[in-house]
Design a protein around this ligand. Structure first.
Ligand code: BYC
Length: 474
């Protein structure tokens, strides 16, 4: 399905055929641009950036690259094509045709899911707003901007659904998505991790590694939805999400690579010496990893959730790879293991599988995170360095669910508050760590040059050389 770029709002949903909807979205568009101007990447509005833009939703043809000023980026509405005769694949309505409109009885829950998803998109742009000022290279600056414009488009994706299918309250929710602010005491973003700061590039790469991976799993669960327009729009969003995780995976790999190079050259693993040489020691990277993995684990919600059970039973949100799973797709009388911390131990208990769906998705996410981290470890092994990165136990540092507030070590041992306090500086970034990492953040934007603490990437973007002028400042 090709995208109509002649329209004020590029789209492949025949917006011109629904004048009222078109008017409503054209009214929201300048509000979005005002938000971008206030909260989008700082100081970037006049830059020409080498960015990809969707021109069709086909596998091959959707990404075209060219220079564009970000406020002129063609944000639009792109849905994957409708699959003829698609049937609901799970829950109480399994086997029935998917819905093209919102069933009245599920309206409130669907709206809640779409709003929660939509809220994360502008939140991440706000969190990353200042990072361009300390980019370690022009290549990285361009990648940051690519991530930011695509999160902006993901907001458009959810706002379209709100406007098109939820009438007046959908329009009000779309306004509110531009009003909440990441970290604001009075009007914060909905989910915890999206109110944390992303103050430096180590945090940014960890965020894109872990938190964008939450995006991958949540969006995958929504691609299964019985509400077909949600399934089709999240399918297309997933295509874009892949690049964001690539930015995180490779960003950390390059930081580790540079640290290893200096460790081997200087024959030291002493953090203070390495810091003095201007690279990030591996234990500090592990502490950042612990922080982002645990904050992101919370994004999957409570381990036992009646909301999750309802979303599934009513067909709104499936499991990861639902259609590949071999069971009844209704989870009647099935159980799933969840953790419970009592009498000083973590116990595994069998819970009704329907109520444990958040936990299941979290487990899928952790498996995927582990395989990403294994690639960094392979690099360490190949270089003959003993250190290994570890994704902390899923009960570590949790603020949501039954493990919230229980003190648990990264290895998964229940510990006392005193033991926690005695060790937390080894487990989570300390103020000194953050100050040190911050001290490395200077702007390097000469084409082909890289900050001292990070290696260059193996190749450039879209076949361009690494030293390409990805961002033209004037
Ligand atoms: N922070 O029953 P529960 C992405 C609340 S990332 C604060 O477990 P549920 C992206 C919850 O609202 C993917 N509050 O909730 C990545 C509830 O409150 P009420 C985003 C939280 O609904 C990078 C109460 O606790 N997409 O795309 O089962 C860059 C009980 O919880 C949190 C989605 O999340 C939290 N972390 O599960 C850009 C998909 N967790 O009702 C983008 C849509 C829970 O008692 N969202 N609470 O007042 C959902 O499917 C669900 O809302 C959640 C939560 C899985 C998030």
């Amino acid at each position: 399905m090709s995208i109509d770029y002649q329209q004020k709002i590029p789209n492949n949903v025949d917006l011109a055929g629904d004048k009222a909807l078109q008017r409503a979205l054209e009214h929201w568009q300048p509000e979005f641009l005002n938000w971008w101007s206030d909260m989008g990447p700082e100081g970037s509005h006049k830059y020409d950036c080498y960015l990809r833009t969707a021109t069709s939703v086909d596998q091959e043809g959707w990404a075209t690259f060219g220079y564009v000023k970000m406020p002129e980026y063609r944000w639009g509405i792109f849905l994957n094509p409708q699959v003829p005769d698609r049937k609901i694949s799970f829950g109480a309505h399994k086997g029935e045709p998917v819905w093209q409109e919102v069933p009245g009885e599920y309206r409130a829950n669907l709206r809640r899911i779409i709003v929660t998803q939509g809220d994360t998109e502008p939140a991440s742009v706000e969190q990353q707003r200042h990072l361009g000022l300390t980019a370690p290279s022009m290549y990285d600056l361009r990648n940051l901007f690519q991530v930011n414009v695509e999160e902006g488009r993901h907001l458009w994706a959810m706002v379209y659904l709100l406007h098109r299918y939820f009438g007046r309250d959908g329009r009000e929710e779309a306004e509110a998505l531009l009003e909440r602010r990441s970290g604001d005491a009075d009007n914060p973003r909905i989910l915890g991790a999206f109110n944390e700061r992303t103050p430096d590039w180590l945090s940014f790469f960890m965020f894109t590694f872990f938190t964008d991976r939450d995006g991958k799993f949540q969006l995958s669960a929504l691609t299964e939805s019985a509400f077909d327009p949600l399934a089709r729009t999240t399918q297309f969003m997933l295509t874009e999400e892949g690049h964001h995780m690539f930015v995180g995976r490779n960003g950390i790999r390059r930081i580790v690579d540079r640290t290893c190079e200096i460790m081997l050259r200087e024959r030291t693993d002493n953090p203070e010496r390495l810091r003095a040489l201007g690279v990030i020691d591996l234990p500090t990277i592990q502490r950042y990893l612990n922080f982002h993995a645990s904050v992101t684990a919370d994004l999957f919600g409570a381990d036992l959730s009646s909301n999750a059970a309802t979303f599934y039973t009513t067909g709104l949100k499936g499991r990861y790879m639902e259609s590949r799973l071999k069971d009844d797709h209704q989870l009647i009388d099935q159980t799933y293991p969840v953790l419970n911390a009592s009498s000083g131990q973590i116990l595994v208990e069998q819970a009704p599988a329907l109520n444990a769906l958040n936990e299941r998705l979290r487990d899928d996410f952790i498996k995927d995170s582990n395989s990403g981290v294994a690639a960094w470890n392979k690099n360490l092994e190949e270089r003959g360095i003993d250190f290994r990165f570890v994704v902390p136990h899923k009960a570590f540092n949790r603020q949501i669910g039954s493990l919230a507030g229980v003190k648990i070590s990264p290895e998964g041992k229940v510990i006392s508050v005193d033991t926690w306090n005695a060790n937390v500086r080894d487990w989570l970034p300390t103020p000194e760590d953050r100050t040190f990492v911050q001290s490395l953040m200077g702007r390097v934007v000469e084409p082909g040059k890289f900050a001292n603490w990070i290696s260059p990437p193996g190749s450039g973007i879209n076949g361009q050389p690494v030293e390409c002028e990805y961002v033209r400042f004037s």
